[in-house]
Design a protein around this ligand. Structure first.
Ligand code: GZL
Length: 307
């Protein structure tokens, strides 16, 4: 063998001889830590060596990590792009080095789809639509205008862009529903709390908070209670993810509805890596299965929740 080439040029390697480099976003939320654990456990179980890096939500750190994986000539690079833009240069470097790249969780806006083998993750527009459809039903009988505060995820990230788009498209069906304020809380609990504190002051009549993830919704609950109001009653809350802490708040009636976004991508990522190793072509876009939860459904599901 010529050695040092990428997996497909040498034919299938033993799984234990493969190396995969994973450049993770960070550890900003319950979802992210569950995603990291699932990926690490899946590689452990498959016996495939994994190099792992945490970028603390900084794109330059992810790019550095990808460059180091290229230097180390790993067989496959996988990562969740913290934002959609700015990846073409480093992805072309991976392509020139003959190293296939798999996008997990978040997407890039590169026009050149040859820069990655597959995208594995959720349909974030659909998630936003599910949250908007619930809001339409929840406030269908409202006679007064329904004021909505939106807590956006990381600015420029695919989930923030698409969850905002899906929600806006859904609530356009009822002119009574209006997003009166929208600001990023960067997917963190602290960010959700700070932004909600500020926006409650400027929007005292708010009826609903739409948070792009549970963690910002949990921060909003703290801010609502600090303002002497009752979350889930005085101000309703709809979030995305369905991690344990969010589901507990839903069971307790502090959140009113959660759209699930599954972090359990490890098994499907292993399947893609094995297909690449066998010289097969994985599907370009693999969308994860996910559902929604009402309070009753959360109470039912909580005991079996893995994360
Ligand atoms: C969505 C993922 C988002 C989660 C947040 O797939 O990228 O990032 O919804 C996480 O909790 O921070």
């Amino acid at each position: 063998a010529d050695g040092g080439g990428s997996a497909e040029s040498e034919g299938p390697k033993e799984l234990s001889d493969l190396t995969v480099g994973f450049a993770q976003v960070g550890a900003e939320s319950g979802w992210r830590t569950a995603n990291t654990k699932d990926i690490q456990d899946s590689f452990e179980e498959a016996g495939i060596p994994l190099k792992f890096s945490d970028a603390q939500q900084k794109q330059e750190n992810q790019i550095k990590a990808i460059r180091s994986y290229i230097q180390q000539q790993v067989d496959v690079i996988a990562f969740s792009p913290v934002v959609e833009t700015g990846w073409d240069a480093v992805l072309n470097e991976a392509k020139d080095a003959g190293i296939p790249v798999v996008l997990t969780d978040r997407a890039v806006d590169s026009k050149d789809e040859s820069l990655y083998v597959s995208f594995l993750g959720s349909d974030f527009v659909e998630e936003g639509k599910k949250a908007g459809d619930w809001a339409l039903a929840e406030f269908a009988e409202a006679t007064e205008p329904v004021e909505i505060i939106q807590l956006e995820g990381t600015t420029g990230s695919a989930p923030a862009i698409d969850r905002g788009e899906g929600f806006a498209a859904a609530i356009a069906a009822d002119p009574n529903l209006e997003v009166v304020a929208s600001q990023t809380g960067d997917f963190t609990r602290a960010g959700g709390k700070q932004v909600t504190e500020a926006l409650l002051k400027s929007n005292p009549g708010v009826d609903l908070i739409y948070a792009h993830n549970d963690d910002m919704g949990l921060g909003a609950i703290e801010a609502i209670e600090a303002a002497g109001l009752v979350p889930g009653k005085d101000i309703k809350i709809v979030t995305v993810d369905a991690v344990k802490d969010g589901m507990q708040a839903l069971a307790d009636g502090k959140i009113n509805f959660i759209v699930e976004c599954s972090p359990l991508l490890g098994k499907q990522l292993i399947e893609i890596v094995e297909q690449i190793n066998n010289g097969e072509t994985p599907e370009k876009r693999i969308i994860t299965e996910e559902t929604t939860f009402t309070q009753e459904q959360a109470i039912e599901a909580l005991p079996d929740r893995q994360y």
